[in-house]
Ligand binder design. Structure first.
Ligand SMILES: NC(=O)c1ccc[n+]([C@@H]2O[C@H](COP(=O)([O-])OP(=O)(O)OC[C@H]3O[C@@H](n4cnc5c(N)ncnc54)[C@H](O)[C@@H]3O)[C@@H](O)[C@H]2O)c1
Length: 262
């Protein structure tokens, strides 16, 4: 029996990167999955590759009515939603320090990286309550655990995710709902790999080797596990969504090779 047998997960941003890798692992572990993705091409492709256990619903996490409609469509198809994985997000290259950043970056980044997960929790928690409980997995980042990242707007958004996760955990445990956050280090999703000039068609091992050779400065040479692949993080998502983690609540799990600790 799979570790997520009987569960129905709503995964945002599941057309690419960590979200897609999570959708793949969830299906392997017996869950049914709603791929809530903005990009119709990648959303459809993810769903088509994973078969009947998956429903793609075009979703913009920054739009309250889109999120609500998408959750309703998923619950109608699969009977309930009891896992929320709020993965859609990411930094943009125009982000910069607080004194320099263009305020357009504030609007875009806070909308996607903070308001998006907030809206998904707002509309998603009633579904989890109706299901008799459930789990929420939010995405923060190593950048929220130490003040070294030059993109201050993204850092602000990801810091907010930690507080949001703790507040939700502290309020909705009464309904059997757990909420945790994952703080990845640098993960070679297609988006990040192409930003680093790394060929995403190469093997995982080659991609990590290239990242270490050309960008070791970013993991400070001391954190050889600091470059991960989407599957590495998806493993943590599966754990947090499963009953194996039933004692883990309001936690922020660093998945960054130790880089925030030493
Ligand atoms: N990759 C990293 O190095 C890294 C590090 C720390 C934290 N994270 C966080 O992990 C999460 C996933 O990162 P990733 O690198 O896998 O991302 P990614 O860019 O590979 O995938 C993000 C997906 O979200 C979708 N998306 C974008 N805007 C959307 C919207 N408004 N509504 C719905 N979907 C939308 C995109 O189309 C894309 O498919 C993000 O929250 C990111 O901030 C990533």
């Amino acid at each position: 029996m799979g570790r997520l047998e009987g569960k129905v997960a709503f995964i945002t941003g599941a057309g690419a990167g960590i979200g897609r890798a999570s959708a793949q692992k969830f299906v392997t572990e017996g869950a049914r999955v709603v791929v809530a993705e903005l990009n119709p091409e990648t959303g459809k492709a993810t769903a088509a590759a994973l078969g009947d256990a998956v429903l793609f619903v075009p979703t913009d996490v920054t739009d309250e009515s889109s999120v609500a409609a998408s959750l309703d469509a998923g619950a109608k198809q699969f009977g309930k939603i009891d896992v929320l994985v709020n993965c859609a997000g990411g930094s943009i290259q125009a982000d910069a320090s607080v004194t320099d950043v263009d305020l357009d970056v504030w609007d875009t980044t806070i909308h996607l990286d903070l308001k998006g997960p907030f809206l998904c929790c707002r509309a998603g928690i009633p579904h989890l309550q109706r299901a008799g409980g459930g789990t929420i997995v939010n995405f923060t980042s190593i950048v929220a655990l130490k003040g070294a990242f030059p993109g201050h707007v993204y850092t602000t958004a990801k810091g907010g995710i930690i507080s949001l996760t703790q507040a939700i955990a502290g309020r909705y445990w009464r309904d059997g709902i757990r909420a945790n956050a994952i703080a990845p280090g640098i993960v070679l999703s297609e988006r990040v790999a192409s930003r680093f000039g790394i060929d995403g068609e190469n093997s995982d091992e080659d991609q990590i080797k290239t990242a270490m050779a050309t960008k070791s400065r970013l993991v400070d040479d001391r954190h050889p596990f600091g470059y991960g692949m989407p599957e590495d993080i998806a493993n943590v998502v599966v754990f947090l969504a499963s009953d194996e983690s039933r004692m883990v609540n309001a936690a922020v799990i660093p998945a960054e090779g130790g880089a925030s600790a030493y």
